[in-house]
Write a protein that binds this ligand. Structure first.
Ligand code: M6R
Length: 366
């Protein structure tokens, strides 16, 4: 049942090229320049007339929501708030019938997310679900939705659910960007073509596994780790840190790279591995200068970079390459080495990768 893999988590990490393909199959018609999603098509005015979109979720799904915030605002120019479902439900949030709420949940059973949906509905919002489990409580409770079609995710640490959630949300953002006339034709078509190429690029990213195992060996005894990223890759830094915490029990924190100087920089010494996502688009030069700040404080630097990168290589202790893509799609690639890294560290430390202590696959109580 693990398909020859030692753990479900590793199997699910390797399933991502196919899972992403399954997510966009029948929806993304790149050649025709069409995105077909009935849950959006049938409710298009709710989305185009929305004052704002509020995303509610927990854990990794919340991180996917953060990535979506960047892409929705950047491409579709719709204001987005991303909320922890557990905070939203008790905060008397300002939600009206002019709002769209998107609930993201792999299991579709997370108690806090379900409660947030009920509250949003009471306030008149249109609620859209992005779930993996078909027929789950959240899928039933929402007005409409889009499944991720990632297939069963057994490992408690979420992997393919995350990348397929991002895929669905990217499709929605592109569709809305097009309908609202916020994206140029050429940029729209470029995005569709690049999205279609993501599965093979994920496959390529997975080929760094052996190298990542060596990196894992070097840092497996660290007591603390920092993960930094900017823009689209800030949520990936949060997700990388969560993965490491969950399965290896090493303390890790994710930060927007530029926030480092507002506090966490005090932690940096030669004992501190810092994983920095520094792909070649967006805020590349800024991230490189953040890397220089770490280096001058003797921190260990592991750069997640675009293939062929020359600058970070000179500064970092290790680099892990991912293929080049559009900035908005980089989270689908930069996530992969961070998943593998936590996996290998946890295995090397003899931890129970698929069922980490104190954690359940779906949190059905608040
Ligand atoms: O099933 P959900 O997506 O609603 O679950 C949300 C979180 O409980 C989940 O993502 C959790 O953080 C995972 N263990 C992360 O790996």
């Amino acid at each position: 049942e693990k398909g020859g893999y030692e753990h479900f988590m590793l199997k699910e990490i390797h399933e991502q090229p196919d899972a992403i393909r399954d997510t966009y199959r029948g929806r993304l018609l790149a050649k025709e320049g069409i995105i077909k999603m009935s849950g959006i098509d049938d409710n298009i005015e709710k989305f185009t007339n929305a004052d704002k979109i509020t995303i509610v979720a927990c854990g990794t799904s919340w991180h996917a929501g953060l990535v979506a915030e960047y892409i929705f605002e950047d491409l579709a120019r719709i204001p987005v708030e991303v909320e922890y479902a557990s905070e939203f439900r008790y905060r008397n949030p300002v939600i009206t019938n002019k709002d769209v709420v998107i609930a993201i949940s792999q299991s579709g059973e997370t108690a806090d997310t379900l409660a947030a949906i009920k509250l949003a509905k009471q306030n008149g919002a249109f609620v859209f679900g992005v779930c993996n489990v078909v027929g789950s409580s959240i899928a039933r409770e929402t007005h409409a939705g889009a499944y991720t079609h990632a297939g069963p995710e057994i490992g408690v640490a979420s992997t393919k659910a995350f990348t397929t959630q991002i895929t669905v949300l990217t499709l929605i953002a592109l569709k809305l960007a097009k309908v609202k006339g916020k994206i140029s034709n050429s940029n729209y078509h470029y995005h569709l073509q690049e999205l279609e190429l993501i599965p093979e690029k994920v496959q390529k990213a997975l080929q760094s596994d052996q190298h990542i195992q060596n990196v894992a060996k070097t840092y497996k005894d660290a007591k603390n780790c920092l993960y930094l990223g900017r823009g689209y890759n800030f949520p990936v830094a949060l997700e990388g840190a969560l993965k490491l915490k969950e399965i290896s029990y090493i303390h890790a924190e994710g930060y927007p790279a530029a926030e480092m100087k507002h506090g966490p920089i005090a932690l940096i010494d030669e004992q501190m591995p810092v994983f920095v996502i520094a792909t070649n688009k967006g805020h590349y030069e800024k991230v490189v200068s953040n890397i220089e700040e770490i280096k001058s404080r003797a921190g260990k630097i592991i750069g997640i970079v675009t293939e062929g990168d020359a600058n970070v290589k000179n500064l970092a202790d290790h680099i892990i390459e991912v293929p080049e893509t559009l900035e908005s799609l980089t989270p689908l690639l930069t996530t992969i080495p961070l998943q593998l890294l936590s996996y290998h560290i946890a295995v090397m430390l003899n931890k129970n990768v698929d069922q980490p202590r104190n954690l359940a696959k779906s949190v059905t109580v608040e």
